[in-house]
Unconditional design. Structure first.
Length: 217
């Protein structure tokens, strides 16, 4: 029986977009699945990834609502009670027609943390929050995408420091996924199976400590 509930909130890196063919990785390879398996029966990890999702910005080019701040409250209510919310977003914010820089993505991430903290939960107290910086964008020979560019690659490298500072200000947990995973050069954005699994595996001891009531990172 699961004792804890963890919400993994993200974009295509959480959904599991395969860089070579654009379809989804097998569920066993997704980082939320790997995290849940590593926690054994301690926690149920709920993956909520959507390709193109931003922190708090509109993208009217898509059929689904990609504004992470608008959708998050509904998911918090749907999955209440929650013990931890892990948020890995910001890459799509870097698109020139969305926001365009790491500073804006950090403002959006701050909004998400505040939403988690302020939501009127009915089944339990407000959960812990982990801000997770995504792997950096990298150069690619692929033609035609909106990511990456020299500008967005540089901005993606600023997210970890900005998010870590935000986490300290907001007194929440932080993890830099770029310390264990790299984007595939096939498209410069998404992760192969080994790298998405690496994120889940690296999170196991950190999340285990949080759920057991350990100190902030």
């Amino acid at each position: 029986m699961y004792k804890k509930n963890v919400l993994a909130y993200g974009d295509s890196l959480t959904w599991g977009y395969h860089p070579e063919h654009g379809r989804r990785h097998p569920f066993d390879d997704l980082w939320p699945t790997v995290l849940g398996a590593g926690l054994v029966h301690q926690a149920r990890v709920i993956g909520q990834g959507l390709s193109g999702r931003t922190t708090a910005f509109d993208d009217h080019t898509a059929p689904a609502d990609r504004n992470g701040a608008r959708i998050l409250p509904t998911l918090l209510g749907s999955h209440d009670p929650l013990d931890l919310v892990i948020i890995m977003l910001g890459t799509n914010d870097l698109k020139s027609f969305i926001c365009g820089d790491a500073r804006g993505a950090t403002v959006g991430m701050a909004r998400l943390v505040d939403l988690v903290r302020s939501y009127p939960y009915q089944a339990g107290p407000a959960p812990e929050v982990m801000v997770m910086a995504p792997p950096h964008l990298c150069e690619t020979d692929k033609v035609g995408g909106t990511l990456p560019t020299s500008h967005t690659i540089a901005e993606s490298r600023k997210l970890a420091a900005a998010y870590q500072s935000l986490a300290q200000q907001k007194n929440c947990h932080f993890f830099d996924a770029a310390t264990v995973a790299v984007a595939s050069p096939v498209d410069g954005v998404h992760l192969d199976a080994a790298n998405t699994r690496a994120i889940g595996a690296a999170l196991v001891p950190l999340v285990d400590g949080i759920l057991r009531g350990g100190p902030q990172d």
